[in-house]
Design a protein around this ligand. Structure first.
Ligand SMILES: Cc1ncc(COP(=O)(O)O)c(C=O)c1O
Length: 363
């Protein structure tokens, strides 16, 4: 990003001087890397957004009209829950499916049973940011395609951590953030728009292309990218993607899995810890929620921060619906979400700290 601002820091598509061209090339380079990550055959179908929330809003509000029916799960983040609530006020009907209590997974048979003649969209969160249970998106994609329904996935927690193939999983709309598993900076995100989908734009304006038109260009990606893009952030996202390709997704996945396994084993041995994990270890992503007997989650977070300098998120994690489903509403949980730059030593220190905290109330 530093290099981008020093050497290319101009507005892409605005002017034909060398810096504007270099900036445009950097953005297209990142677009190609994103397309490669998700196996999108046409890079112009990769739309840069402000964050995952922005992509979800564009996908939902650009697609849905009064009278349409949507099927979703009860484990979504507010970035999905709230736009759907808003759309309900405008005549969109929403069916919310609970995951199976035992496995934490939403059944594809339940999705198929909920389909009506008005169903336009199935939209699912790939991994809940509360309990980290991986949902079988390939199965859902098959159901949606069989019924000629648009399939959208919120991959905020999985992009860069798990393989996602829009072709194999029949995904028509895929939204994710740049600042989580992709190692990009905050203020970056992506919406992939497949060729079965025609979305209305939510924002019209300057695109640096077809400037003679007073109407919004319909050409992708410009139809949905109005105004100055976050070129600095996108160049940072590109660097994050290159890092992932250099390391390999498999290596990142295996390392994250090792940290999660260590955490689960350690947490299970601490007295009074109640874990909200997947039934099968293979369905558990590196997002773990738990509580400790006699403690409110916020209390544990504050002790970890102040006494041990360990930063964790506590409370509802912007996903009250998921907590209602898990039975952890309204206090929420303590969440640990280790990443590729965490070390085994950090995991062990966290476990030791939690063990001390748990035993304090027992003594
Ligand atoms: C599952 C899920 N969806 C969507 C979002 C929203 O992402 P953003 O903050 O990039 O809009 C988050 C953020 O944590 C998330 O965990």
């Amino acid at each position: 990003m530093d290099e981008f601002l020093r050497k290319k820091g101009s507005n892409p598509g605005r002017g034909s001087h060398s810096m504007a061209i270099a900036a445009g090339e950097k953005i297209e380079e990142t677009r190609i890397l994103v397309a490669r990550l998700i196996n999108a055959s046409e890079r112009e179908r990769v739309i840069f957004t402000l964050n995952c929330t922005d992509g979800l809003n564009l996908g939902l509000k650009g697609l849905l009209r009064p009278g349409d029916h949507v099927i979703t799960s009860r484990i979504g983040h507010n970035s999905l829950v709230r736009p759907l609530r808003k759309l309900e006020q405008h005549g969109v009907r929403v069916t919310r499916l609970a995951p199976c209590l035992d496995t934490g997974v939403v059944s594809s048979m339940d999705i198929e049973r909920a389909i009506t003649k008005d169903t336009k969209l199935v939209v699912i969160t790939h991994i809940s940011n509360v309990n980290g249970v991986i949902q079988p998106i390939e199965e859902y994609g098959k159901v949606a395609r069989r019924h000629d329904i648009i399939f959208m996935v919120d991959a905020a927690q999985t992009a860069g951590k798990y393989p996602i193939d829009v072709e194999v999983s029949n995904i028509d709309l895929l939204a994710f953030s740049g600042h989580k598993g992709l190692f990009g900076p905050p203020g970056t995100g992506v919406l992939y728009v497949g060729n079965r989908v025609e979305l209305d734009s939510l924002r019209e304006g300057g695109t640096g292309s077809q400037s003679e038109l007073e109407e919004q260009p319909v050409v992708l990606p410009y139809r949905y990218e109005s105004g100055t893009v976050n070129s600095v952030g996108i160049s940072g996202l590109g660097a994050g993607l290159k890092f992932i390709f250099n390391e390999s997704l498999d290596k990142i996945l295996a390392y994250n899995r090792k940290l999660v396994d260590r955490l689960i084993e350690g947490l299970t041995a601490i007295p009074g810890v109640l874990l909200y994990t997947a039934k099968e270890r293979s369905s558990q992503a590196p997002v773990l929620s738990f509580n400790i007997d006699e403690y409110e989650p916020g209390e544990v977070g504050a002790i970890l921060d102040q006494a041990f300098d360990i930063k964790v998120r506590t409370g509802l994690h912007c996903a009250p619906a998921a907590h209602r489903t898990l039975g952890t509403y309204p206090l929420g949980t303590i969440r640990l979400s280790p990443g590729y730059f965490n070390t085994v030593e950090e995991i062990d220190l966290t476990l030791q700290a939690l063990d001390k905290i748990a035993r304090t109330k027992l003594d």
